[in-house]
Design a protein around this ligand. Structure first.
Ligand SMILES: O=C(CO)[C@@H](O)[C@H](O)COP(=O)(O)O
Length: 240
């Protein structure tokens, strides 16, 4: 059964105190940190690249950097991000000419591989081969490019469709996720939750992390329970 993982998006943090902000989130219960890398081509904004990630990994030993690569040439940055301490390299399917070879290169460089889809990309564009090779699938619930946007409900059905196809895979949601939208994401089957504004702008980030995690864990347990045969059937056929 997949487990609940909360990955605060540092895009909503104080970049002047990035290392301290990451430590604050880990202390508050976050397991991963979501690092939004934007190149000004795939999306209009520019955020951070390998040198900043390297400083963070040096300043926060053991950090799991969930790197969301909003870049036009995802194959180009794999080595640099690995050297900078990236733990997971998630690239956009829309930008990839050969997703399978990018996944192979990510694995060769010692990172987990993620494949992201933007709101207008159907989940069926992720082929079975690509989904199987990837460690994580990311369903964007806003258009990539900036934080603080409104959650797009219409993307949730893609999470459910992918969860149906891949019961054990890590499935991440990102964009406008917080206490008011977590239930639909969790019920659809996402287990890795990215939240920026909802966590960093909260007076009690630890409380938000804890409640997001609890909601997701409960949904995962319920889905797992629902898969089991009813207990009466088990009792009637103890040897089957
Ligand atoms: O990738 C992105 C935006 O492109 C996200 O990671 C956002 O940074 C999430 O921020 P909130 O919507 O949670 O504020």
């Amino acid at each position: 059964m997949p487990r609940a993982i909360i990955s605060p998006s540092v895009l909503a943090s104080d970049f002047g105190q990035l290392t301290a902000e990451c430590k604050r989130m880990i202390k508050g219960g976050a397991e991963w940190l979501h690092m939004d890398v934007m190149d000004g081509h795939f999306v209009p904004n520019i955020t951070m690249g390998a040198p900043i990630l390297a400083s963070v990994s040096k300043g926060v030993p053991g950090i799991f950097m969930d790197c969301h690569m909003m870049v036009a040439q995802p194959e180009r940055w794999v080595e640099d991000i690995a050297k900078a301490g990236g733990s997971l390299y998630c690239f956009h399917l829309e930008a990839a000419k050969d997703p399978l070879s990018i996944i192979e290169s990510i694995h060769k460089n010692g990172m987990k591989a993620g494949v992201a889809i933007s709101p207008d990309t159907p989940s069926t564009d992720i082929t079975h081969e690509v989904a199987q090779a990837a460690d994580m699938l990311l369903v964007m619930t806003v258009y990539p490019g900036r934080g603080g946007q409104k959650f797009l409900d219409r993307c949730v059905s893609k999470v459910a469709e992918l969860r149906e196809r891949y019961p054990e895979k890590d499935i991440e949601v990102d964009g406008g996720v917080g206490p008011s939208t977590i239930h639909v994401c969790a019920d659809a089957g996402s287990n890795v939750i990215v939240a920026g504004t909802a966590i960093f702008a909260a007076p009690d980030p630890e409380g938000v992390i804890e409640s997001l995690k609890e909601t997701v864990t409960n949904a995962l347990l319920k889905a797992n329970e629902d898969k089991k045969p009813p207990s009466s059937v088990v009792l009637e056929h103890p040897h089957t």
